[in-house]
Every structure is written in structure tokens, then in C-alpha cells.
Write a protein that binds this ligand. Sequence first.
Ligand SMILES: Nc1ncnc2c1ncn2[C@@H]1O[C@H](COP(=O)(O)OP(=O)(O)OP(=O)(O)O)[C@@H](O)[C@H]1O
Ligand SMILES: [Mg+2]
Length: 462
Amino acid sequence: MKRRILVIEDDSTMREGMCYSLLKEGHHVESAEDGVKGISLGKKKLFDLVITDYRLKSMNGIEVMEEIKKINPETDVVLITAYGTMELAVEAINKGASDCISKPLSLEDFRTRIKNVLQNRAIREENQRLGEENLYLRKEVAQQYNFGEIIGHSKAMSRVFQQIRKIAPTDSSVLITGESGTGKELVAHSIHNLSPRKDNPFIKVNCGVLVDSLLESELFGHEKGAFTNAIKRKRGKFELADTGSIFLDEIGDISENMQVKLLRVLQEKEIDRVGAEQTKKVDVRIIAATNQNLGELAQKGKFREDLYYRLNVIPIHLPPLRGRKKDIPLLAHHFLEKKGAEMQKPISMISQKALEALEKYNWPGNIRELQNLIERALVLCDEDEIHLHDFPVLLENEGQNKLNVSNANEDLPLTIVLEDIELQLIKRAMEKAGGVKTKAAELLGIKTSALYYKLDKYSILE
Ligand SMILES: Nc1ncnc2c1ncn2[C@@H]1O[C@H](COP(=O)(O)OP(=O)(O)OP(=O)(O)O)[C@@H](O)[C@H]1O
Ligand SMILES: [Mg+2]
């Protein structure tokens, strides 16, 4: 399998030798001559494997490894050390290195050792993909990060993964909460896929889009002739989900009347088909989701408290993306790879500036917005790296942020910071006024003479 490999080595002969050997194996190889450059490359692009010399100019190989693991804990790191430094090798392995190869390096030995590391990686990835069966066999460390399709290595997401792992095998009802675009549906799928019901149906109902009467027949089905237009008998989603799971999305939107009916299903585990005389037993696991605060709605009497408690047996809250910024580079690269493949535009790098802007942004639309932005950037991008200008929304945001006090440089004297803000406001007013100074002065609420003075002071007129 073709892998993305980064070689960090200050000795150019060694570096070129290793790169050549890896290229010959068909890998995508990049190199850097010192740790700082290597780490900066590592931030732009996700590598499968980083091979680093221990003794580098500005930092040592273990420090490089620690930085690389911070960017993506799943990257394999192999250390190259001087001959006879056994203790160092032990330290490196303890700290997470996949292997430690000592100099002098025979290219043959190098080739087989790297092959081994990549083989182990492939097995690990396969285990991850296989999900449940192997989930419990995988090392605890690996479990904390990506979780099938769900990407994230922030503390908040590790906690969510832990919760999913614990509750998936049970039959308890789950209530997933979180803002729009935080991944509620993805989590619902993953709970089902990791449960013993995984080979049985997973049925989704969007409770928010249907009017009451339709929702009732959608959920519970109807008999022929139960109402006008009921020309045929129809099975409801609960029946379809029998022995599997039902995902009740936007549960906060259902009416009082439907809440009562749902409560009954949850309590009695049986449904009434509209127009039917007999009830029917169903065995369905309920996973509900909402972007509203159901607890608060229940307190205010806007949602039945008893139903809330029935649904909320196990709560999972997905934090907004702005609260887990550590996941942004990982997610951005994940979407870049996924969307790039779909669009047949294999761009795998994001510039440092663009990444910084992504991390600074507030993400009101959460992960869905990030995914959309990456997709649009891919459309715009005509180089082999995504740049800040491929994210027009972020550029606008940058402009706005400049006036945000929280972004002001605290190390500078106040007068300079204030002048900077004043300069930006004047420029903006001049732009809005189309260069007409009396109008700009009016916008700023100052006299035209004062504006002339300031334009001169900041050399804006030149
Ligand atoms: N942690 C994640 N890793 C990878 N992809 C994610 C993650 N979270 C969300 N996504 C992707 O982002 C998009 C939005 O996620 P999803 O539909 O699950 O959000 P949601 O919380 O259900 O939103 P809404 O409340 O608007 O329905 C989907 O395409 C999903 O695959
Ligand atoms: Mg959703």
C-alpha cells in the first residue's frame, strides 16, 4: 500500500539514501533537514509514518516524535539512533516510537524494518475498520482516537468514544444532544453498528419534518382505510425496526399528543397501528437526538418529563467544534482526503496560515460547516496545497477579528494597539464611502478636518 512518509535527517547522504529506498517501494516521500521544518511539514499534511534521526540541530528525535504525535497520535514514528544507545531506544519505544533503528544503517535492514512497521500499521487499521469484534482486542491507546467514521482526539471526543463503547452493547435508550452539525447522526449509527443488533435494521425517522397525523402513521403504520388516502395497509417505522434500532431525530419537535403515544411504546414495548384493533409487540432499541435542551424544555413544561426520563436513560452530549479545537486539523485533513477522492482532486496539504485560521474560526455550523468549507476550498484550489484564500469565509472572519479586543497583541503598548484599530476603522470607512472624505468622516462621527489629519498621520492619502 502506498504510504505518506516523512524523513527528517540532517545528513544529506543518509536522507537521500532513505528517501530513495522508500520511493523505490512506491511510497510518497517528503523530507526535511531539521526537526522544526519536519514538524511544520507534519502540520500541513498527515503522514502515516515519520522517520527521524535522533540527533538533529535544534531538537532531538524524541522531541520531534512528541510534536508529531500531538498533531496526529496515529502517525507511526521510527527513530534512527547512533550505535549502542540502548537506553535511548528503550525510552523512544516507551514514549510511543514504533521502532528504533541504530546506525550504521544498512539499507537492506532499513527496508525490512520499515516494511514491518507499515505491516503492523495495516493490521491496526484493519482492526479499526472491523469494529466491534476487534474493538476489545485493540490496545487501549488506539481506542482513544478515531472511532470508525468518527474522527477526533480531543479529550471531549475520547470521552464520547468511551461512552459509546460502554453503552452500545446494552438495550438502554440513548439521548444524543448537541448543536446542529456536531455528529449526532454519526454517533447514532455507530451505537447501532457496535451493538448486538448491528445486523438488524437501523431505521431513521425525522420527527421534525412531519405533521402530527403523518408522523403517527409513519411511526406506527396504519390499516387500510384508517383514513382517507390510506388505500393500503402500511407498516410503521417501529415495526420495520423490530429487532433493530430506531433513530428518532429532532425528538424535541414532536407534539404533546405524539409524546404521549411515544411514551406508551417505550413503557409497553407495543404499538397501535392507526385504525388497528390489536396492538403489536416490538423489540426496538431507541436512540433519540435533538439540538434543543430537552431537560430545560421538560422543566418548563414544554416536553413531558416522564418521556424525557425514559429517553434520557443514557445521555451523550456532543460538544460544539469551537470547544474541541484540537480536532480541527485532524478533521480538516480527513475531509480533504475524503472529498478530494470523491472529486478526484488529490490535494493533501493545507497551509499553516489556513490551518491557523481554521482553528481561530468559531464554527457556528460545527463539523458540517467544516466539511462544506473544505469541499468548497477544493473546488477553488488550483495548486497542490490549500491556502487561506481558498476559504473566503475565513478571510472575512479574519477581517472582523482584527477589531476583536481578544485578538489584540498584549505585548504592545496600548497606544500602538489603539492606533492599529483606528487605522483599520478609517480604512474601512474610506472604503464604504468610496473615497469621499466628508462621507467617511460622517461615518466615523468625526470632523472632516480631523479625518484629514489622521489620513495624513497614517499616510493613507499617499
Ligand atoms: N467527528 C466526526 N468525524 C467525522 N465526520 C463527522 C464528525 N462529526 C460529524 N461529521 C460529519 O459532519 C456531518 C454532520 O454530522 P451529523 O449529520 O451527524 O450532525 P448532526 O449533529 O446530526 O446535525 P443536525 O443536528 O443538523 O442534524 C456529517 O456529514 C458527518 O459525517
Ligand atoms: Mg442530524
